[in-house]
Each structure stands twice: as C-alpha cells, then as structure tokens.
Design a protein around this ligand. Structure first.
Ligand SMILES: [Zn+2]
Ligand SMILES: [Zn+2]
Length: 558
C-alpha cells in the first residue's frame, strides 16, 4: 500500500488546471443555522477560524449550485478536501475534488431527502455480511441490529468519521478511488468488523450501538490490515453475485424502490448457473487455457449441492455435484445437521445450493439447508439463481455433459421445449434486458454485405459474456445488420439514413444506443471496447456520405 500523495489524490479527482471560478455566496439558506452549527463541530480540533468560515461557505455554495438541501455528512466529506488548501491546492480545486468524489461514490445520496439509496445498500450489506461473516450476521439478526445502526456513517461520511487522522483518510480515499469498485465501501466496512470481531462479540448486545461508535482506525498498520481484509473479502465474492448486486444501482433514484423490493426477496447471495458450472466442471471441459494452475476462469473452489428430490436427481445431474441424500430429504433433523458432513470444507470452499427451479416451495430443501449452513456458521454459501432448470439449459447450450441424463424423463428437458417458457438467468433479465430482438424472423432477401465484411461482435444482454454472444453487427454503406454469427442469419436491418442518434453510455462507453427517425424503437448494443471507435467512425462516414444526398441531422457522440 502506498503512502498518499496530495497530488495523487487530487489528480484522481480533478483535471489539472481547471479555470478558477468564484465560490463566494451569501450564507442565507433556510437551514443555514444547521450548517453553521455543524461546521463548528467538524474536526473542531483541526480547523482554524478562517477555515471554518470557508467550510460554511463551500457547503452553502454546494447546496445552492447542486440544488440540494444541506445534510449532515457533507461537512465530514468536505472538510478533508478543504484541508488540502493548506498544501497549496487552490480552493476551487479542493471544492471540485469534493464534488467529484461525492458524484463518483454517492452520486444521489444527498439529493434524496430521505437518503433512499441507503435502504437498498442496507440490504446489500446484509447479504454480503451473511456470506462472509455468518456468525456476526446471525448475532446482529437475533438482536435486531439492523445495518442502519452501523452503516449509515460509512456512506454519509465516506468513513471520514471512522478515520480521524487526516493522512490515513487520504490514503483510504485514494485507495478507494483506485479500486473503481462501488461495493468496496461495503467490503471495507465488513473488514473493519472482522478486525474488531472479538470486541464486538464480547460486548453485551445492548451496548453494541455504542461499540460501533467506538470502532475506528487510528493508525497506519490497522488501516493496512483492514484494507488487506477488504481485498480478501472482495476476492472471495462470487463474480456473478457481485455482478447481480451491482446491477441494482441504488443511486439510480427512479429505480431504487423497485430494486429494494427485488432485493428484499433475496435471502442470501445468488450466483448464476454459468459460474457454478464453470467452477465445478473439469478444467479441460470448460476452459481452453493451457495453464490450469494459473487459470483465470477457475477462480474459487466450489461445491455444488443438488437439493432436488431424489426422483429428479435420477434423471440427470452435474459432474462434481453432491446430491442431497434421501435421509436429509426425509428427516428434518438430518437436514439440520447435514452441514457437519462438510466440516472439512468450511471456510475453504464456496458452497452453492441448487433447487429444481426458482420459487418452487414444495420439496424445496434449499432454503432449509441454507439456514442449516448458516447455523453451523459456514461462510461462502449461496443459492444458484434459476436452479437446475437454468443450469441444465446452460450445460446443454455449451454441450457440457450431464451425467445419467434421461432426456425423456428429465423435467428440465420436458419443460424446455417451449421456448417462450425458457428461464435464462432470470434475476438479471427481470430488469436489465437492454436490447429487444424481434422474435419472428423477417424474411430478408436482399443483403448488401459480403462474406468478407467485418462483423463487430456485440451482445444485447449486459449479463452475457461478449465472446460467447452469437450476435454481431455488420456495417455497410447504407445499412447496419444485426447478424446471428452461429446460425449465419440476418436478424434485423437498420437503415443508416434513418438514424438520428447514436449515444454511448458515459460510464460504459461500449454500450451504444441507436435512435431512429422512423417509428422504430430504440436499440441498444454492447460492443467489444476495443472495437467501439472503429465501429463508430465507420457508421459516421457512411452516414455523412448519405447525408450529402439527403439533409437530415445526425448527432454522433463519441
Ligand atoms: Zn483455464
Ligand atoms: Zn434434461
């Protein structure tokens, strides 16, 4: 871990040499008094009187220009940035760093008067805590210690209240920015708990809220250990679970409530079929790399426990999976003690539980077995989203062997025949289908592309791996074709002269949305990052050539 440098921190948050702008403003907000009182309390040992005036002024300026009401927390985040001024960082740069820092990590937290995003982050925190520190999670649950009690300060002060020494805080913030991971704040908070676990567990439950208040990082060594623990927690997150949680961006205020509703139904982290199958099937079957020891595909050690009823297991099961025994299915007491069979794997292996399919209550042992694992304080236990049905589909799609597969009797095979009923990675599709493909293929007779035209591989679903996608875009002088590479079929044609706009997403530049002038719905595609520019230039050139003939407007944003 590097020691901080002022220039390093500033450089990460603000363009160098941005022109100076005036920060003066009248101190006349309706709740100016609250700001004034908070300013007096903010790092009062550190601030000189003239700096306190500046702090109030910048807070007021921020609220006015960003059109937000002042909220406690802003002061704690702004203060350390203001102190950069002592190191010859101009005031407008200090301010811009603060503003950009907030925009990066908690973009709408201060916008919403009810701190709505926090309600979602509470659930996410609980899920991650349960995965990594089930004992603490159970202790909190049993004693009604909800995340709002301990977690609010993590976000509203960005740990400024937990890391009092300003140099340490700069190191942490710089580190945080470099992770470029918006779940890292949660990993860090959980790592902090892990560090103080004994202290937490030795206290009376009643006094826990006070214990939380006293947890802070006071020296460099502690910070270093907690950061290392955070990295370990991060490394032990299933990739697809991390992906699912990130899809629910709580700072997207118009979606926060619906996201919260979805996440409230999660009892634990969900992982996607592709992860469990890739991690449990033999290396040579799922990966082409030649160095299994340093393989990037094989990341975590996994055990899949197949919790389907025995009669379903008989009609096919996955390689390297453990079949939940008949006894455990029959006797609740055996199910309760079932985790004892895996004592040797505790803390070293990730355990994924799979049911027949999602949301099927009868004969569903998954939830009960999950609870048993948590009771036995096993970390790293998750449930496979979509259950056997989705895993089965994934395996068939990638021609992976299913053992003892009796296709005539297999429930999944016989439910799959109707393509309308397909359940593919449903968790993501509920909210995040970004491109719609017309289901019926339009017979297309005339194509003007040739077999040598470049195909820009693309995906239409964010959750998909682009290299596994079947789709590509072909650009010709007049048209863009959506092409199924595997089936060698054209799926849709877009006329370039009908285009009015191609926008690429700020946070994800490879995400393109196409807007057309005619009554065509918007289309969205995700390209390979390295091919975006080339693709865009090609479309723009052809468009401009066409525009010379007709006069419509196009806005192409790079
Ligand atoms: Zn490999
Ligand atoms: Zn089958």
């Amino acid at each position: 871990m590097e020691k901080y440098s002022i220039r390093g921190l500033v450089g990460r948050l603000c363009e160098p040499d941005i022109p100076i702008f005036p920060l003066e403003t009248e101190l006349n907000l309706p709740n100016q008094r609250v700001i004034n009182i908070d300013v007096l309390r903010t790092r009062s040992d550190l601030f000189k009187p003239n700096e306190k005036i500046l702090l109030e002024q910048l807070l007021t300026y921020y609220c006015k220009t960003e059109k937000v009401t002042y909220k406690q927390g802003m002061n704690e985040i702004l203060a350390p940035f203001l102190l950069l001024n002592r190191h010859n960082v101009p005031l407008h740069i200090c301010y811009t760093c603060f503003k950009n820092f907030v925009a990066k990590f908690i973009p709408t937290l201060f916008v919403d008067d009810a701190f709505k995003p926090l309600s979602g982050l509470y659930i996410v925190t609980q899920l991650i805590l349960k995965y990594h520190l089930p004992d603490l999670s159970t202790c909190f649950n049993n004693n009604e210690i909800t995340p709002d009690i301990y977690m609010t300060t993590w976000y509203v002060t960005m740990f400024s209240s937990k890391i009092k020494e300003i140099g340490l805080l700069y190191i942490f913030w710089q580190y945080l920015i470099d992770t470029n991971d918006n779940l890292f704040i949660i990993y860090f908070g959980i790592a902090l708990f892990e560090f103080f676990k004994q202290e937490i567990q030795s206290q009376e439950v009643m006094s826990l809220p006070n214990v939380f208040k006293k947890i802070f990082i006071g020296d460099y060594d502690t910070l270093q250990i907690v950061l290392q623990n955070s990295e370990r927690i991060k490394a032990n997150m299933p990739i697809t679970a991390d992906m699912i949680l990130k899809k629910y961006n709580m700072f997207c205020l118009e979606n926060t409530e619906s996201f919260v509703k979805v996440l409230e139904k999660f009892t634990c982290l969900l992982i996607l079929p592709r992860e469990i199958i890739m991690q449990t099937y033999p290396h040579n079957v799922v990966c082409k790399c030649l160095d299994p020891r340093n393989c990037k595909t094989k990341r975590l050690k996994y055990l899949l426990i197949d919790c389907r009823p025995i009669k379903e297991q008989k009609n096919g099961y996955f390689i390297n999976s453990h079949l939940l025994s008949k006894g455990a299915q029959k006797y609740p007491n055996k199910l309760l003690n079932y985790p004892k069979n895996f004592a040797i794997l505790k803390k070293s292996t990730h355990i994924a539980l799979m049911s027949s399919e999602e949301n099927k209550d009868e004969e569903n042992f998954v939830q009960k077995l999950f609870d048993s694992f948590i009771q036995h304080e096993f970390p790293y236990v998750s449930i496979v989203s979509g259950g056997y049905k989705s895993c089965h589909e994934f395996a068939l799609l990638h021609s992976l062997e299913i053992l003892s597969h009796k296709t005539k009797r297999c429930l999944a095979c016989n439910n799959c025949n109707d393509p309308e009923k397909k359940t593919t990675e449903s968790t993501l599709d509920n909210f995040f289908r970004i491109g719609n493909i017309q289901k019926t293929l339009i017979p297309i007779i005339k194509y003007d592309f040739t077999p040598t035209d470049k195909i820009y591989k693309c995906k239409i679903n964010e959750s998909q791996d682009i290299e596994e996608s079947e789709f590509g875009l072909i650009v010709t002088e007049k048209q863009i074709y959506l092409y199924n590479i595997r089936r060698k079929e054209v799926i849709e044609i877009f006329d370039i002269n009908q285009l009015t706009k191609i926008a690429s997403n700020k946070t994800c530049p490879e995400y393109f949305s196409f807007t057309f002038s005619a009554e065509m719905p918007k289309r969205a595609f995700i390209l390979r990052p390295e091919e975006c520019k080339e693709f865009l230039i090609k479309v723009r050139n052809y468009f401009q050539a066409l525009r010379n003939k007709n006069s419509s407007e196009i806005k192409l944003i790079e």
